[in-house]
Design a protein around this ligand. Structure first.
Ligand SMILES: [Zn+2]
Length: 398
């Protein structure tokens, strides 16, 4: 039994009475068919309404394909002949303004950017339109938004109706209907005329504002995300808040933020290279001081030391030590990810890899390298544990 769809002529009424025609189920949930309804069933890219029937939550509203009856899917069974339906007004208004906003935006995209709408997606979290162009320039986006928002500001009346076949043939329709039979047309004050079964505003002023917030290329198309009314306000509020906080942190005007961040990045790069140079100089001095007290083992001097430093610093020190002739450096960086860094000067004919293997047997972890430089670890080990591992390796040299 077909349901009379009252929302076609009136997308503002939220409370209504109806008779239950059928008690059924949909996707393992109880459902009812009513003789008349203001509930919008999912379709045409627009999600369904939510609300209550006699106080029972309506979780979903779907059209039954076989007879186009409207199925009100319920949270629990409903045993009644007469029902009072109540539609969630916030959700209805949100989709109403975004659906009308989408029609206006699609028309504005055609006029100001020669971009045709391919598909539309609406949800509680995002509203997107896919168009058939990939190279829309910033000034085109601006023209599209300006045109769309002018139509909003003009507060044009919106009409939705089922025209006769003759009337339909005479209309300049943006999107041709996909179905045979009766076609519902939505005319946004003469600006955009499209076949559509959705819920729309009575006048464009209700939309408030239309803002494209993101556009990304997807193959040969562009997906744009837009926001209207309160969603746009919330978006503006949160972005404004972020921008103001950043501007206060960097003590610049918000328009100077990109330059200020680029300056910071540049300073950071300079500081990093200065720090690296300073560490290398420090390692040279430290190497000299360690070598001054290093014991002589035949033809080479041995530095075997665990340090509470970063692995990078310890590596710099190993390099500084073995830049001198006749040195073996068995160093370790203690910590959460302890590292052993074993190296020798070019003129010392000893392979440090077996030494590393021996040391890793004590603290665990993996490693490898070449005869003159090997590194390993990656496990948690304190100074004493690292020193003990280094001592075990040094014992092989004796
Ligand atoms: Zn539509």
């Amino acid at each position: 039994m077909t349901t009379k769809r009252l929302y076609y002529d009136d997308s503002y009424t939220l409370t209504f009475e109806a008779e239950v025609l059928e008690i059924t189920a949909h996707a393992d949930r109880p459902a009812v068919v009513l003789d008349r309804t203001y509930f919008y069933p999912e379709g045409g890219g627009q999600p369904s309404d939510r609300g209550m029937l006699n106080g029972v939550p309506v979780l979903d509203v779907q059209t039954r394909p076989s007879d186009r009856a409207v199925l009100h899917v319920l949270a629990s069974p409903l045993d009644a002949q007469q029902v009072i339906g109540e539609i969630d007004g916030e959700r209805r208004r949100d989709f109403r303004i975004h659906h009308s906003g989408q029609h206006i935006l699609s028309q504005a995209l055609e006029r100001a950017a020669t971009a045709r709408t391919l598909s539309v997606h609406m949800s509680e979290s995002s509203m997107t339109i896919d168009v058939d162009r990939t190279d829309i320039a910033p000034e085109e986006w601006e023209a599209v938004e300006n045109l769309a928002n002018r139509v909003v500001l003009e507060n044009r009346p919106v009409r939705a109706w089922f025209p006769s076949a003759q009337e339909l043939a005479a209309l300049n329709i943006r999107k041709l209907p996909e179905v045979d039979g009766k076609v519902r047309i939505v005319d946004i004050g003469g600006f955009d005329i499209t076949a559509c079964g959705g819920t729309h505003v009575a006048r464009t002023g209700e939309i408030g504002v239309i803002k494209v917030v993101k556009a990304e290329r997807r193959g040969e198309t562009t997906r744009l995300e837009f926001k209207c009314g309160e969603r746009a306000l919330r978006d503006y509020r949160s972005k404004n808040d972020v921008v103001n906080r950043l501007a206060a942190l960097l003590t610049v005007g918000y328009w100077e933020l990109p330059e200020a961040v680029m300056r910071l990045q540049e300073q950071n790069r300079t500081l990093q290279s200065e720090l690296k140079a300073a560490r290398e100089r420090l390692a040279t001095y430290e190497a000299a001081s360690l070598l001054a007290t290093a014991p002589q083992h035949g033809t080479y001097r041995l530095v075997a030391r665990a340090l509470a430093r970063s692995a990078d610093e310890v590596r710099s020190l190993a390099q500084a030590l073995t830049a001198e002739s006749g040195v073996i450096a068995l160093l370790g960086a203690a910590g959460e990810k302890a590292q052993l860094i074993f190296a020798r000067s070019a003129d010392v004919p000893i392979d440090v890899q077996p030494l590393l293997k021996k040391a890793l047997e004590l603290i665990g972890g993996r490693g490898g390298g070449r005869p003159n430089m090997a590194q390993g670890g990656g496990v948690s080990a304190d100074l004493d544990q690292v020193q003990a591992a280094i001592n075990a390796a040094a014992a092989l040299l004796a």
